[in-house]
Design a protein around this ligand. Structure first.
Ligand code: S3P
Length: 171
C-alpha cells in the first residue's frame, strides 16, 4: 500500500507540470485528477458545470480524490479540490501534500496568458477584473492550501530541493 503525494494550489500554479517532474524524479506514476474526471464524464469541465452545476462537480471531484487512497503516485488536484467537504483533511491524513505557492501577481501573469473560458470559475472575467478576482479567491482558499505538509514557491525552488523535502517528510 503506497502513500500518494498530492499537489495543491491555485489554478494556473503549475500543478500538472510539477507533478509530472516530481513523479519522473521519484520513478512513480503521475495522475491528474481533472484529467481522470474528464475521461469519466466524457465532456469538458466547463460543459459539466454548465449542464450539472458546480455542486455536482465538487461531489464528483471529492469521490475521485478519495479513489486515490493507497496509490503510490504523484497526484495533481484541481484548484478547488482541497477547499470543499473534508477534502484537505483527507489529503493530509492519507498522503503527503505539497502546496505550490504563487503571489497573486504571479498567478495573474500566468492566468492572463491562458484561455479563462477553459476554467469555469474564471469564465467571462476580463483581464482587468482578473487580478482582483485572484486576490479574493486566493484569500478565501489559502487557509486550505496552507495546511499542506510542504509549501514551496516554485520559481525559487529547484526540483532537487523539492525531492529532498519529500524524502525528509517520508522519513
Ligand atoms: C477549479 C480548478 C480547475 C478545475 C475546475 C475548477 C477551481 O483545475 O478543477 O475548473 O475551482 O479552482 P486547475 O487548478 O487544474 O485549473
Amino acid at each position: 500500500m503506497g502513500k500518494p503525494i498530492f499537489l495543491v494550489g491555485f489554478m494556473g500554479s503549475g500543478k500538472t507540470t510539477w507533478g509530472k517532474k516530481i513523479a519522473q524524479a521519484l520513478h512513480i506514476p503521475f495522475i491528474d485528477l481533472d484529467h481522470d474526471i474528464v475521461a469519466h464524464i466524457e465532456m469538458s469541465i466547463p460543459e459539466y458545470f454548465a449542464l450539472h452545476g458546480e455542486q455536482r462537480f465538487r461531489e464528483l471531484e471529492s469521490q475521485f480524490l478519495k479513489k486515490q487512497f493507497g496509490k503510490d503516485a504523484v497526484i495533481s488536484t484541481g484548484g478547488g479540490t482541497p477547499c470543499f467537504y473534508d477534502n484537505m483533511e483527507w489529503i493530509k491524513h492519507n498522503g503527503l501534500s505539497l502546496y505550490l505557492y504563487h503571489t497573486p501577481k504571479s498567478l495573474y501573469a500566468r492566468l492572463s496568458q491562458s484561455d479563462v473560458n477553459k476554467r469555469p470559475v474564471l469564465k467571462g472575467l476580463s483581464n482587468e477584473s482578473l487580478l482582483a478576482f485572484i486576490e479574493s479567491k486566493l484569500q478565501e482558499r489559502k487557509g486550505y492550501y496552507e495546511q499542506a505538509h510542504i509549501k514551496f514557491e516554485q520559481i525559487h525552488t529547484p526540483l532537487e530541493e523539492i525531492i529532498d523535502l519529500i524524502h525528509q517528510h517520508q522519513g
